[in-house]
Design a protein around this ligand. Structure first.
Ligand SMILES: Cc1ncc(COP(=O)(O)O)c(C=O)c1O
Length: 376
């Protein structure tokens, strides 16, 4: 059998990871400023992560959601404490798209409506409803296009007001920081005005923190730069540091009932052990502070590079704009300088999503490699 060939790949096969570095079969060491697409939060093969996941696997890898699982309770408590959202409720699933699917479902249950407001350049995943609100018609099949959605310009409040006034909206969904779109940040004023309008019109506000959460932005959630309380928050990627896990945080106003949501694998023992170990490490190693410190340093240094046209982002979620398409530059960085970076929807943008335990020395090495690649 052959693989269904949907991913363009670099001809490199990482076989080992350690902190911010990955190694290929021949032992070549690569600096990872991509984090496997914002997934690696506490670094590759962190000892606490390895220990907790392996011990859990040796004890009990999986049992269904029909029995008590105190690991889920521990995860909810630790996540509540670290994010400051103790009064929210946690539903666990397996990926980002599935998290958004459940978030949209809860909003539609609550309002009885189907139309969704999303934003231009948004990416919310590839399952049916999530892809229908993703601002990329090329990846939507006709079967996905089953409910009405509207994409509004980011940071313009008037169109949001006009859309909500019509009264047929099931939810407004927005990324804490737009990731694949090219690292665009909803302003504090905009987020606060959207939240206020959602409250006025009784429309659930969903914050997609799948990429921008887990401390990456320099706060646990990127929306926490604004003074808002979203109704639902979707999470995935960095919460498992590579173990597939997603979830939604629901404000106390949502009442659960048996069977309302469900999944076979969501909240399984291994996933919980992985996510708990990630929260432990983020807290004990002060990784949110580190994301802020290293992120600020990188942004300041990047702005001094003459060929860099713009730098955007918060913490360790950074977009760098050039006045040329960056495909060749990114390949050169990997092949000649052993440095992984990310792309974005905008062909001129390089996206940086390093592990949150990146050091000052790693940041300097990254800058050195980037400058060298730009000079030659
Ligand atoms: C903001 C955002 N939402 C949702 C998703 C979908 O997550 P997953 O690929 O885990 O389904 C992604 C993935 O890149 C994302 O960046």
């Amino acid at each position: 059998m052959k693989l269904f060939d949907v991913y363009p790949v670099f001809d490199i096969e990482p076989v080992k990871g350690d902190g911010c570095y990955i190694y290929d079969k021949s032992g070549t060491k690569y600096l990872d400023f991509y984090g496997g697409h914002a997934v690696i939060s506490i670094g590759h093969s962190h000892p606490h992560y390895v220990e907790m996941v392996s011990t859990q696997l040796a004890n009990l890898g999986f049992y269904s959601n029909s029995v008590e699982n105190s690991l889920q309770v521990e995860l909810a408590e630790k996540l509540g404490a670290l994010s400051g959202l103790e009064d929210y409720q946690l539903f666990l699933c397996n990926s980002g798209a599935e998290a958004n699917e459940n978030a949209l479902k809860m909003a539609s249950f609550a309002t009885g409506k189907t139309k969704i407001i999303a934003f231009e350049n948004a990416f919310h995943g590839r399952t049916s409803s999530a892809v229908n609100i993703t601002h990329n018609l090329k990846i939507q099949a006709p079967i996905n296009q089953t409910f009405e959605r509207e994409w509004l310009p980011l940071n313009e409040i008037e169109p949001v007001k006009l859309a909500l006034e019509k009264g047929d909206i099931a939810a407004v969904i927005i990324e804490g920081i737009q990731g694949i779109g090219g690292i665009y940040i909803p302003t504090k004023t905009f987020l606060e005005a959207v939240a206020e309008l959602c409250k006025t019109y009784d429309v659930p506000l969903i914050l997609d923190e799948i990429q921008s959460g887990s401390g990456r932005s320099g706060k646990y959630f990127a929306f926490q730069y604004a003074d808002i309380q979203p109704d639902i928050i979707s999470i995935a990627k960095g919460i498992g540091n590579g173990f597939p896990i997603g979830g939604i945080l629901l404000s106390p106003k949502y009442k659960a009932s048996y069977g309302l949501l469900g999944t076979t694998f969501g909240g399984n023992h291994l996933a919980c052990a992985a996510a708990i170990s990630v929260l432990d490490v983020i807290k004990n190693e002060n990784l949110i502070e580190n994301a802020n410190k290293i992120g600020d340093y990188l942004q300041a240094k990047l702005k001094q590079i003459p060929t860099v046209k713009a730098v955007r982002g918060k913490g360790l979620m950074i977009g760098i704009d050039f006045d040329f398409p960056v495909g060749k530059l990114r390949t050169k960085l990997v092949k000649e300088h052993q440095l992984f970076t990310g792309s974005a929807g905008n062909p001129n943008t390089v996206r940086l999503l390093p592990p949150l335990n990146v050091t000052m020395a790693d940041a300097d090495l990254f800058l050195e490699k980037l400058i060298l690649a730009l000079e030659n």
